[in-house]
Design a protein around this ligand. Structure first.
Ligand code: ATP
Length: 374
């Protein structure tokens, strides 16, 4: 039997940070990042994600709780005694050293003389083998960032911390680097903890995402789980666009909840509802724009049975290439967003047209209306 490697586990137990001015940037939180995973801390500016990362790195002293890396408690250890390395948005490369020497720096500082093989391997890993003798200013932003990653990885940390590492790159380069970082992480197999405010970035790269809001982890899960089963309006709106309809619980039917909204009925699986859903109570019914079909009101009879339906009127339509984005006024919600793939386009679906919006109950999620309106 092989024992599971836990040397790269990151475990935060009740970790919190209140700054000297009394401001609590991180409320005590528990978080476990398993060895070898790509973990993202995602949230808007000021939500406490960098403070959390800095507490893992040892750059910020927590005011409560304990940090473990593997089996070792490191809460009060200085950064250089922790098996971690951090890559920042500013690459902080040494401008006077070439790429080889930038990457070799950590080894040389530790007194290691024969660095050639290790540095070359690291440069191959980040696909910069050809650039070894160039100076940082002769490389693109994406290449410089890869040097920073190689320089951090050459010390063989158990955990690599990345603080908005792609923030300075333009969109195209950022997308390339997202895939590149994911490839590197898979290849080296160590734990990556990545801080970003960009939901697409977190979802592209991470196995697990912690969505942070005002110093707390609002929800933790895989990208698909967070997208398909958000538990709060914050998560529903932070990851993509959500249409939210306030509805009243009418009855339960098997595994489903039947709700009243806008004079009609909507069906929601109980398993997809994070609200208590008592009869007569309010639930926010959520539906992603790309899950909705639009049918001209004249053809409403062609809509199959068993679909959730709402009537509405097209307020706006924008062709954006791969799809058309519609804004629909409905009795339950103004500005309902609907994205329709162009294969389904119907020339009658223009502003002013009366339409029926319909979708599968399987694509519906339910949120606690009371809690979400706080
Ligand atoms: P950003 O993406 O803008 O860096 P963030 O989510 O990483 O945001 P943090 O840098 O962790 O946020 O900061 C969290 C909150 O703590 C912010 O409101 C910030 O102003 C505050 N903060 C950070 N450092 C200090 C400090 N030294 N003293 C007081 N407040 C601070």
């Amino acid at each position: 039997m092989t024992t599971k490697d836990t040397s790269g586990d990151v475990r935060l137990s009740g970790i919190g940070k209140t700054y000297d001015n009394g401001f609590t940037a991180v409320h005590p939180l528990d978080l476990t990042v398993p060895q070898g995973s790509f973990f993202a801390l995602l949230g808007a500016s000021g939500c406490g994600k960098t403070t959390t990362l800095r507490m893992i790195a040892g750059l910020e002293e927590p005011t409560s709780g304990t940090v473990y890396l593997g089996d070792q408690e490191v809460t009060h250890l200085p950064p250089y005694k922790r098996p971690v390395n951090t890559v920042f948005q500013s690459y902080a490369l040494f401008p006077h050293l070439d790429i080889f020497e930038n990457v070799a720096f950590g080894l040389r500082r530790r007194g290691i003389k024969s660095v050639k093989k290790q540095v070359e391997e690291m440069l191959e890993l980040v696909q910069l083998g050809e650039q070894a003798r160039k100076k940082p200013h002769q490389l693109s932003g994406g290449q410089q960032q890869r040097v920073a990653v190689a320089r951090a990885l050459i010390n063989h940390p158990k955990v690599l911390l990345l603080d908005e590492p792609l923030g300075a790159l333009d969109l195209k380069l950022r997308r390339q680097m997202q895939l590149e970082l994911k490839r590197i992480q898979t290849e080296v197999g160590i734990t990556f903890v990545h801080v970003t405010h960009d939901q697409e970035e977190a979802m592209t790269m991470a196995d697990t995402v912690a969505v942070m809001n005002a110093g707390r982890v609002e929800q933790l899960g895989s990208p698909t789980d967070l997208y398909e089963n958000p538990q709060t309006t914050f998560v529903a709106n932070f990851l993509g666009t959500s249409n939210l309809i306030e509805a009243e619980v009418d009855s339960k039917s098997g595994d489903d909840i039947v709700l009243k909204a806008g004079g009609g009925k909507l069906v929601l699986a109980q398993a997809r509802c994070s609200a208590p859903a008592k009869t007569g109570g309010k639930v926010l019914v959520g539906i992603r724009p790309e899950k909705i079909s639009l049918t001209h009101a004249d053809d409403a009879d062609s809509i199959p049975e068993g679909r959730n339906r709402l009537t509405g009127k097209i307020a706006d339509a924008s062709f954006i290439g791969v799809s058309t984005q519609y804004v629909i006024d409905t009795p339950v919600c103004d500005e309902f967003a609907v994205y329709v793939q162009n294969v389904e386009r119907d020339g009658r679906l223009v502003p002013g047209a009366e339409v029926v919006l319909h979708w599968s109950p399987a694509h519906t999620f339910g949120l606690d209306a009371a809690q979400s309106l706080l």
